[in-house]
Design a protein around this ligand. Structure first.
Ligand code: PKZ
Length: 150
């Protein structure tokens, strides 16, 4: 497979997910040379977590486009991780996704995240998979629930 450029923008800081949550998080980001997903995480200057993600041939659903479940898996990991990176030890309780446009595979896209609210143990994270310019493929609201430290 040809080289995939997952570099971030100027001012983004590389973010080491395994250093924060351990090495169990392999389903989406665990195979950086593979044909499923390739992922790089960053923090923006406002500290929001952002990901650059390549959807490889193994994510195909509709011909030449990403399977909805592959996008759900990405949003589950990235939005959950956004809560962890903001200091909340959570699991995802509810993930509500709107698929807006078919996402072509074999290209790098971006996932942006925002912590919308914190109410007791409930942390609401919003995010989108988009081209980083204007085209939004998928939007999601992710309800995370704080757990006891494990
Ligand atoms: C053991 C794991 C260690 C992990 C350590 C490192 C992991 C590193 C992770 C890296 C980043 C993450 C990336 C991947 C994220 C995943 O994929 S996590 C895996 C997928 N998620 C799951 O399997 C979660 C399964 N569900 C559960 O475990 C339990 O249902 C939960 C979410 C812990 C909640 O159970 P609970 O602690 O008994 O809480 P409960 O009292 O029912 O609810 C608390 C509040 O939340 C509300 N609530 C709960 N669920 C819902 C819901 N579905 N809809 C609406 N409201 C809800 C309740 O109404 C309640 O509200 P209030 O009454 O306080 O207003």
């Amino acid at each position: 497979m040809s080289e995939v450029d997952l570099s971030g923008e100027k001012g983004w800081q590389p973010f080491d997910a395994p250093a924060l949550v351990g090495s169990s998080l392999r389903f989406v980001s665990g195979d950086p040379e593979g044909d499923r997903f390739r992922v790089s995480y960053y923090r923006k200057p406002d500290s929001a977590l952002v990901a650059r993600i390549w959807f490889g041939p193994e994510t195909e659903g509709p011909p030449e486009h990403a399977h909805g479940g592959s996008m759900a898996a990405v949003l589950d990991e990235v939005l959950g991780l956004a809560a962890w990176s903001a200091g909340y030890a959570i699991v995802v309780a509810n993930l509500n996704i709107n698929f807006r446009c078919l996402l072509p595979i074999m290209q790098v896209v971006q996932v942006d995240t925002e912590i919308v609210s914190v109410d007791g143990r409930k942390v609401l994270v919003r995010g989108k998979i988009w081209d980083g310019q204007e085209k939004v493929y998928t939007e999601a609201d992710c309800l995370c629930i704080e757990i006891q430290a494990v």
